[in-house]
Each structure stands twice: as C-alpha cells, then as structure tokens.
Design a protein around this ligand. Structure first.
Ligand code: CAO
Length: 571
C-alpha cells in the first residue's frame, strides 16, 4: 500500500553568518539512504522548496527541498553518498524567505520550519465519543475529496491493532488504506461500502484497549501516492513502493489484466514524474538510462524528441476515462444522451473500472492478430460423456474446458514462444518453463481470470475439480490476488453460451490467448463423402511482435490435432 511516511519535517538549517547549512530533515525510519541525484551545483540560485537532492531506499524515493531561497555556495554531498537525518547537504547563502515563512497563512510555529525540524503532521486524534470510546475520522488525505469507500476491513467487535487498516478508499488517482490511530475494539461502524468520505468523515467508534480511550497521539496516515503538497517536507514518491494494480486487487477478484506482482511502476524521482506529467509523457513508455533503469530528465527529453520526430502534432488526447493516449485521436465525444430519450446512469463495477484501462492498454499496445481454426472433437466429446458417470461418482463435472487446458499445455510445450512474455524493454522473450493457465470466468461483477497453476502436472479430473472450485470462488468474490497471478497463457471459453468465433484480447504480459466458441455438428468432407462431425471453433489471438502468422497457424493446427486425438497429450 503506498503510504506517506510518517516523517514530514522541513530541512533544517543552521545559521553560519549570511549562510546556512541545509541538513537532511527527519526522513522517518530511513537510515543510510543513498543520494541518487544532486539537482543543484555551486552558484545555482534556488527558490524555497526547490528540490536539492533525491534520496532513495528500496522502498521510497524522496526529494529534499530547499528550506529557503538563496544561492548554493558549497555542496556537501555527491551521488552515491549515504546520508541520515542531520547530514549536511549544502551551504546556502540566504537570498529570500524560508519556505515556511513564505507561506503567509502558515501558523507561527510552522514559520520556524527552516530553523528546526517540524514534527509530522498529526492525524486527527480520535475524538471522544460517549462511553469512553472515541470516533476515528478520516485523516488528512491530501487534496482528495468525496472518495469512495471500496473496502471496510473491520466489523463491530473486531479487536484492531494500532495502524491496522480499517477501510480502503479509492479516487480515480489513488487507492489508500486508512489505518487505525490506536489499538482497540470496534464498537460501531460509521461507513459502508460505496460511501463517499473526505477528511474528517467519521469511520468508526473505537474503544481503546482495556476500555480506555485510544491513544490520542496516533500518527499513521495513509496518503495518496502521487499527491505533491506545497510544503518544505521531503516529497516522497511513494508510488514507487508497490505497484498499484496488485494493491487494488488485494482483496477483490482481479480483472483480465496482468496481476504480476513484479510489475513495477516506472522508476523515476518525483520531480521527473512531475516534469513528465507537465509534458503529458507516459513514463511507462520511457526507457530509463540511470542506475537500475531509473528515468532521468534527459530520457524524458529524448522521448519527447522522438515523438515529435515521428508525428507533427503528438497531441495527448484524453481517453474515455481520462488517461493520456499516445495517439492523436479526436477527443471523446461529450453527448447529452438525455436529449434523445430517457436514460439511466449506472456506475461501472469495481472490476470493470480496473479491467477497462488494462484491456484498453492491451488492445492499443499489442498488435493483435487472431487465427481461427476448428477442432474435430467428436471422439473427445464421446469420451467425455462416457466418463461422465465415473467422474460424477468422484464428485467432478468433467468439462470440455479441462480437456482444453490439457491439450493447450501439450501445444505450449511444442511451441514455447506461446508460453512466454516479451521483456518490458522489448529486447528479449522470456520463455517460461512452467504452465500456469488463466481461465476467463464470467461473474456478475465482470470478468476475472483465475490461474490454474502447474496445469502440466495435473490430470484432467484434477483440472476439472480445480476449475469448478475457482469458478465458484470467482463468482463468490473469494479469489485471492495470488489466485490470479503468474498466468502464462489464457483460455476464454464462451462455448457454454454460444457464438462461432471471437477475437479475445491478450492478457498482457502473456503473448497469446485461446478463445473457444460453441461446438456444433457440421458436415465434413472426408474426400469421399460428407460425415457429421462435432467441430469446436478456436480463436487464437497472439502478439504479432513475437509470434508470426505461420507459427500461429501451426499452433492451432497442432492444438486441433491434439483435441481430435487426446491420446497425443500422453506423447
Ligand atoms: N461447445 C458446446 N457446449 C459447451 C462448450 C462448447 N465449447 N463449452 C461448454 N459447453 C457446455 C457444457 O458442456 C455445459 O453443458 P452441460 O451443462 O449440458 O454439461 C454448458 O455448456 C455450460 O458450461 P459452463 O460454461 O458452465 O462450463 P465450462 O467449463 O464450459 O466453462 C467457465 C466454465 C468458467 C469458463 C464459464 O462458466 C465462463 O465463465 N465462461 C465465460 C468466459 C468469458 O466471459 N469469456 C469472455 C472473455 S472476453 O470478454
């Protein structure tokens, strides 16, 4: 969960005549933090709050802003140095008001920010409620207002520890958990799913441990990942801590999108993020040339130059959900539908809201081609039906999908480039030696893709049993994030519903997905006569960057031959 660190002190300065030594401020629990960027040099004029250096730990990147305007006289750090709170950064010849003083409405105490470390902004302490209990309220969540409660993580009677998450709120930009300011027992909930809350909204009534009022000095704050505030505090790029998608998918079924926990946000410091935002650059498209692939200002410049060179007017038109699109497309039409007849506005489900942008990304960024084929499953279906009695005795519904998984694994072994992912830099294909098959499951809330792990090591009965179990979990919204991660290839079966073919969208970072439509009896020419055969339509969408058409045709032909004679899975 991206979280704003507790510490938020301003850089300290000690007077040395007309100059001040700017020190590393309170940076929370971080110790021996590496200086990864020095953003100024001697002779530079800096304004109050201008970033001086960037520090990075394995969990966060933070910029240390100048406590006041002035001229840099001497640098005390260089890239690669390890620093702690109080370490000298540089000597500044004061040439303007300290940052805190510059804020005319700031309280007097805050005006001393340039002189001494300030304390972390306290979370609103629980206010007293009748019966020795206290009201826990939404703390300072930055500029976010009326954010939706998407999870209530506790219920009345629950004992909670200090900092245990109570609720999760979500805006269109961030998902954040609100932790408990104190240990205690939940007496009463004041919010429910779907409520809109802002700073100060009541969350719940908490009775402190042993019936006492919870400690009023609690200071844990969950804050939005990308909010930048005008303060002299370090700016923490907490978005670098944890990828957003796995966080969002923490307790709810995930959509048809990558659920790979290793998928990280672009590695860049807050100022670079801001710079990129100002230019409308999507950092995920920029290759970093800094240490550990970090994106530098030059990389953003280079990216913009490249785009300009390719297109005369690289307008970043807003997509339907507000994201920047890398194409010069006309703006989404704003239509007043009510002008034409009665309407009803229905919010998208949570799964749809998460999966929509991922599907959109996959659709526009992967060059899809769909190869259609069909498999003669007459014998297979006869075998499945003949096995039905035996399978039912074992409590398993032996579905066609279980055989499809089995046959797909056999084909994937034969064509390893289909069981692969393109490396983010586009230079290598990662071939996976394991076979985790994602299965699209239709639920009332939307599509989710649980993954059958190690499908190559399971028999058809085991696969059928597991499919029944994950479909049930998906529909009961009980899938865990891990159940939806690590897929190497996906199957989307609409055979139980109908249709003759469709073009499934690849579930990135996978490179192919098999769509299956409804089987039907068809006349098939044997060379001498037409015979009635049960034919299963297959639609294989593949990433044309890594798979060419001939390979795709070979893959579906082979898969079709395996389904026509399932004994091939034994070979
Ligand atoms: N051809 C003909 N009949 C088929 C078939 C096929 N390809 N696949 C399934 N059927 C039949 C089954 O045999 C079953 O019939 P009986 O009840 O008489 O045995 C019936 O259709 C219902 O099957 P099912 O859908 O319950 O079971 P399944 O194992 O085939 O599928 C699951 C399970 C989870 C894939 C399915 O329930 C589902 O959610 N499908 C939708 C996936 C989806 O939305 N994909 C779209 C992604 S792109 O937006």
């Amino acid at each position: 969960m991206p979280r704003r660190p507790l510490a938020s002190a301003a850089p300290r300065a000690t007077h040395m005549g007309a100059t001040k030594e700017v020190l590393v401020p309170d940076i929370g629990d971080f110790k021996d933090v590496a200086v990864i960027e020095v953003l100024v040099k001697p002779g530079d004029s800096v304004s109050a709050e201008q970033s001086l250096i960037t520090l990075e730990t394995d969990k966060a990147t933070m910029e240390i802003p100048s406590p006041a305007a002035g001229v840099v006289k001497e640098l005390k750090v260089k890239v690669g140095d390890k620093v702690n709170e109080g370490a000298p950064i540089l000597v500044l010849e004061a040439g303007g008001a300290p940052a805190a003083e510059a804020k005319s409405q700031a309280p007097a105490a805050a005006a001393k920010a340039a002189e001494a470390p300030t304390k972390p902004a306290p979370v609103k302490a629980p206010s007293a409620a009748p019966g020795g209990a206290s009201v826990v309220k939404v703390p300072d969540i930055g500029d976010f207002k009326d954010v939706a409660v998407i999870e209530v993580l506790v219920k009345p009677g629950d004992a909670v520890a200090k900092e245990q998450s109570l609720i999760t709120v979500e805006s269109d930009k961030a998902t954040m958990e609100i932790p408990s300011p104190a240990a205690g027992v939940v007496k009463d909930l004041k919010v429910k799913l779907g409520d809109k809350v802002s700073e100060g909204s009541e969350i719940l009534i908490l009775e402190g441990e042993g019936g006492a009022t919870p400690n009023a000095t609690a200071s844990a704050v969950a804050a939005p990942p990308a909010t930048e505030r005008a303060s002299a505090s370090p700016k923490f790029d907490v978005s670098a801590e944890v990828p957003t998608v796995p966080v969002i998918a923490r307790t709810a079924p995930g959509p048809l999108e990558p659920q790979d926990a290793t998928r990280a946000k672009p590695h860049a410091s807050p100022s670079i993020r801001k710079f990129a935002r100002e230019l409308g650059v999507d950092l995920s498209q920029v290759k970093g040339s800094g240490p550990k692939g970090r994106i530098l200002k030059e990389d953003v410049h280079g990216f913009v130059k490249g785009v300009i060179a390719q297109k005369p007017v690289p307008a970043a038109a807003p997509a339907a959900r507000g994201g920047a699109m890398p194409f010069n497309v006309p703006e989404w039409p704003q239509v007043d539908f009510a002008k034409f007849g009665p309407i009803e506005s229905k919010p998208l489900t949570r799964i749809q809201r998460i999966s929509g942008p991922a599907l959109h990304r996959n659709w526009i960024s992967i060059p899809h081609v769909t190869q259609f084929d069909e498999a003669d499953i007459t014998e297979l279906e006869a075998f499945r039906k003949a096995s039905a009695v035996d399978s039912e005795k074992q409590g398993v519904k032996l579905t066609m999908l279980a055989f499809l998984i089995k046959a797909s694994v056999t084909a994937l072994r034969q064509f390893p480039q289909f069981n692969a992912s393109l490396e983010r830099n586009g230079e290598n294909l990662i071939l996976k030696k394991y076979f985790h098959i994602g299965v699209a499951v239709d639920t009332p809330e939307g599509l989710v893709v649980p993954v059958v792990k190690d499908a190559d090591r399971k028999g058809v009965y085991d696969l059928a049993r597991e499919l029944g179990e994950i479909s049930r979990l998906a529909r009961d919204k009980k899938l865990k994030p891990g159940d939806m991660q690590g897929g190497t290839f996906s199957i989307s079966s609409l055979g139980g519903i109908g249709g003759t073919a469709f073009t499934p969208i690849i579930n990135a970072p996978e490179v192919a997905i098999l769509g299956v439509s409804r089987s039907a009896m068809r006349p098939v020419w044997t060379g001498k006569e037409f015979v009635a055969r049960l034919m299963l339509p297959l639609s294989l969408s593949y990433d044309h960057r890594v798979i060419d058409g001939a390979s795709a045709a070979r893959f579906t032909s082979y898969l079709s031959s395996v389904l026509s004679d399932i004994r091939r899975t034994l070979l």
